[in-house]
Design a protein around this ligand. Structure first.
Ligand code: ZN
Length: 311
C-alpha cells in the first residue's frame, strides 16, 4: 500500500490535522507516516497518522466491511488502497482497534527461531524450522485483555507475516510476493500444558482464548526501508523484558513461507508467527509468569504497538 513517491505534492507547510478536508483529499497535505491496514470496531480500515478511512464506505461497497475480504482480494485491494488518502478520513481511538485478521484459515507458528531464546529454553536450535499451530479461536485484538488460565502463562512477542495470496511449493522470491504485510503477535503460552510429558502439547498450550493478540496494523513490505531488520520488544508493566532485531531470526520470513509451502497450501489471510527472541518468563531465574493486572506492550518498529492487560 505504498503511496507513489512524489506524493509530497506542492503543499503548504503544515502538519496534520490542520488544512481543510478538501486540501487533504486533494493530496495537498504532507503525509506524516505510512498507510496501514487494520480493523476498527471490526470494520476494514485504512489508517494513517491517526486518521482512518472506512473501506466499505469509501469504496462504495466494492470491498466489504470485513477485513478478511480485503485479504482474500489483496492484489486488487492494494491497488485500490494506494489511491486513497486516509489523512482525509476521521480520527479514531486506538482502543477501537480490533484484530486485523480475525478469521485466517491457518495459523503457523515457529519455535526456537532466535538463538538466544533456544539457549534460555535449554533447547537445541532445530535443524529444520520447528512448526506448530495456534488455533484460530485464540486470536484477539491489539487492545484486548488476555484471560489468564491456571498454570504458567508466559509472553512471547513475535513478528507475524500475513499472506495475501494462495501459494504452494514456492521459492523465497515467490514467497515474498505472496506477503500482504507484517504485523505483531503475542504467542501467549501456558507452559505447563505446552511442555507436558514426552509428547508436548504446543498447539493446545498456546491456544487458550485470547492467547493470540494480533495487530495493531498490517504494514506492507514496501513501507519499510528494510522489512527484515526491525526492532522488536516487549515490556511487562513498563520493564523491558524482550528486546531484539528481526534480522536475528534463524530462519527468515521468506525462507519460512517457502518451507511451509512445500507441505501446505498457504492461503490469503494465513498467518505465520515467526518465533520469539529471548526474555520470556520461562527463561528468567527463577521463572516468572504473567499475573492478573500485568500489562504487556509489544512493539515492532514501523508497525506500532499492542497493549494488552492480563486478567
Ligand atoms: Zn512463539
Amino acid at each position: 500500500m505504498s503511496i507513489p513517491s512524489g506524493r509530497l505534492l506542492p503543499a503548504p507547510e503544515r502538519a496534520l490535522p490542520s488544512g481543510t478536508d478538501s486540501d487533504v483529499r486533494q493530496g495537498l497535505v504532507e503525509r506524516t507516516e505510512e498507510m496501514k491496514f487494520g480493523a476498527i470496531q471490526g470494520r476494514s480500515s485504512l489508517i494513517e497518522g491517526g486518521h482512518c478511512l472506512d473501506v466499505n464506505a469509501v469504496s462504495g461497497g466494492e470491498f466489504s466491511d470485513q477485513p478478511m475480504d480485503a485479504l482474500n482480494r489483496w492484489p486488487s485491494f492494494r491497488e485500490w488502497a494506494t489511491k486513497q488518502n486516509p489523512l482525509g478520513g476521521s480520527t479514531f481511538d486506538e482502543d477501537e482497534l480490533t484484530c486485523p485478521v480475525p478469521a485466517p484459515s491457518q495459523i503457523f507458528a515457529i519455535g526456537l527461531n532466535y538463538r538466544d531464546h533456544a539457549t534460555e529454553s535449554s533447547m537445541e536450535v532445530p535443524e529444520r524450522p520447528m512448526v506448530f499451530t495456534k488455533f484460530a479461536s485464540s486470536l484477539s485484538g491489539p487492545r484486548d485483555d488476555i484471560p489468564l488460565v491456571p498454570g504458567s502463562c508466559d509472553w512471547e512477542v513475535e513478528l507475524v507475516a500475513v499472506l495475501g495470496r494462495t501459494i504452494r511449493n514456492v521459492d523465497e522470491d515467490e514467497a515474498i510476493q505472496a506477503i500482504a504485510g507484517l504485523t505483531i503477535g503475542q504467542d501467549i503460552s501456558e507452559r505447563d500444558l505446552q511442555l507436558d510429558g514426552a509428547n508436548p502439547q504446543f498447539n493446545l498450550g498456546k491456544s487458550h482464548k485470547g492467547f493470540a493478540p494480533l495487530g495493531p496494523y498490517i504494514v506492507s513490505l514496501d513501507e519499510f526501508s528494510n522489512p527484515w531488520d526491525l526492532e522488536i520488544s516487549c515490556t511487562r508493566n513498563g520493564e523491558t523484558v524482550q528486546e531484539a532485531r528481526t534480522s536475528l531470526l534463524l530462519n527468515g520470513v521468506p525462507k519460512l513461507i517457502s518451507y511451509l509451502s512445500r507441505t501446505c497450501e498457504l492461503r490469503a489471510g494465513d498467518l505465520v508467527f515467526t518465533g520469539t527472541p529471548s526474555g520470556v518468563g520461562l527463561g528468567r531465574r527463577p521463572p516468572e509468569y504473567l499475573k492478573a493486572g500485568d500489562v504487556l506492550v509489544s512493539r515492532i518498529s514501523g508497525i506500532g504497538h499492542m497493549k494488552n492487560l492480563c486478567i
